[in-house]
Design a binder for this molecule. Sequence first.
Ligand SMILES: [Zn+2]
Ligand SMILES: [Zn+2]
Length: 311
Amino acid sequence: MARFFSFFLFSLNLAFAHTQIPAEEGYFWYRGNTHTHAEYSDNSEINDVPMIARWYREAGYNFLLLSEHNNHLLARKIFCYDRLSRPKENFIMICGLELSMSRHITALGIDRFLSGEKSLQEAVNMTLASGGVPILNHPMDPVVTARKFIETEGLNHIEIVNGGRLTDTPASIALWDSVMSEPGGRIIYAVAADDNHYNRQRVGRGWIMVKAKSLTKSEIRESIRSGNFYPTTGVILDSYMAEKDSFHVISQNGDTIKFFGRYGKLLGTQAGKDASYRFRGDELYVRAEVSNRQGKTAWTQPVMVKGGTNQ
Ligand SMILES: [Zn+2]
Ligand SMILES: [Zn+2]
């Protein structure tokens, strides 16, 4: 019996690892983590990178970015772990680094090793120039102001959930709303990530679900660049979309849906797995938070409301 049970669990695990969750019109949802560290890069000779990749694969992730601190890799210059990808099991490694010589950002999907950045703007420029997507990490540590964020050209992604700093989430969300609401602001996409430092217990504190046509490095990178993804700590969304005059959210396991607008103003609360919000026209943008009794939350990316202005 025990043997049968462990075989059954093993089969379940494999089945989950092979999963591609269908989305609409030929798209799938892929689960991934953009912020993880291995001991190997922390000036250590212990190469635990394959083990960490296996943890995420076995937890049902489809992609992982080992975002090592670039200042710890100046000798090794590693930024890619392609050989750990298992395409037949629907699991790939995304190339990247955590640029750490100035303000920490994840450089996602870059095509070369990067170092020597002296400012946030330089880190963003270097990431973009090497084909990557820059994500501002743990925005409360140290604090980045909304003004500084807005002035940083090409920065469009913010980590609102950091597995090592979960109590920062409300302040990070307030910053996200401010960057979109202040004069000269713009739409910003939110990310959730583990910032895992070689601890299996910390797998799954926060992740993103990316909507893409297939599981390739370029499809995942470009879907993240254009905001085709959402951050979550455990609530799964089937879809969210804006129509001409309303915004619809459908979740699998949420029970409360809140809609927010300019400066994080609460626009409405609805109970249930799915909800709709009718635009009034003066919200500037609308985004939704879907939570459940288990304390898990998913955040939709914001949609601009026609006619809104933050000038
Ligand atoms: Zn960091
Ligand atoms: Zn980190």
